[in-house]
Each structure stands twice: as C-alpha cells, then as structure tokens.
Design a protein around this ligand. Structure first.
Ligand SMILES: [Zn+2]
Length: 96
C-alpha cells in the first residue's frame, strides 16, 4: 500500500499524539476504545518502532516514478485509485 507524504505525516503525527495520551485509562480515549477490544495498545517503545518502520517502508512514495499517463518522471506524485503514480499536471487535467 502506498500513502502520500501528507498521509504518512498524518499517520505519524496521530501515532505520536496517541503515544502521549496518559490522562485516559490505559492511554486509550473512549472514542477509539473499540479498536482495542481484542488487542492491547502498543507500548511507547513499540510505537517508536512502528513510526520508524512507516518512515522507512514502501508505504512512502518512491523518489522517482513514471506518471501512468504522460510517462514523465515525477518526484511529486499523486496516486490514482489503483495506487498508480500520477504527475501533478495530469492529476490536475484528468483526476481532480
Ligand atoms: Zn503525467
């Protein structure tokens, strides 16, 4: 699964906020407690490791990819609904 840099930043930020919730019982706010009916929340160390894995994983877009429409090499890419890279001008023309 590929995520945009914006999505990765959001996931990492959410994990850091979540990591520092101590005012709630078990560090889990009521609104998201349904996610933890079967699993225990990761500890601080495990969240650190997860953030590092997300940072270094292939979830991150490749530095250079070919746009599926114009085949240009692009560093700033969007992904179509099937996860294929799309350059920003094709995105504006075709998919926005
Ligand atoms: Zn293109």
């Amino acid at each position: 699964m590929r995520l945009t840099e914006q999505e990765i930043a959001t996931v990492l930020a959410a994990l850091r906020v979540f990591q520092n919730l101590s005012e709630y019982e078990n560090g889990i706010p009521e609104e998201v407690s349904d996610y933890f009916t079967e699993y225990v929340k990761l500890n601080d160390n495990q969240i650190d490791q997860l953030c590092e894995r997300i940072n270094n994983s292939d979830a991150r877009p490749e530095d250079y990819s070919r746009c599926i429409f114009c085949r240009c090499l692009t560093t700033y890419l969007f992904l179509d609904r099937n996860g294929h890279p799309v350059c920003d001008s094709c995105w504006d023309e075709r998919l926005r």
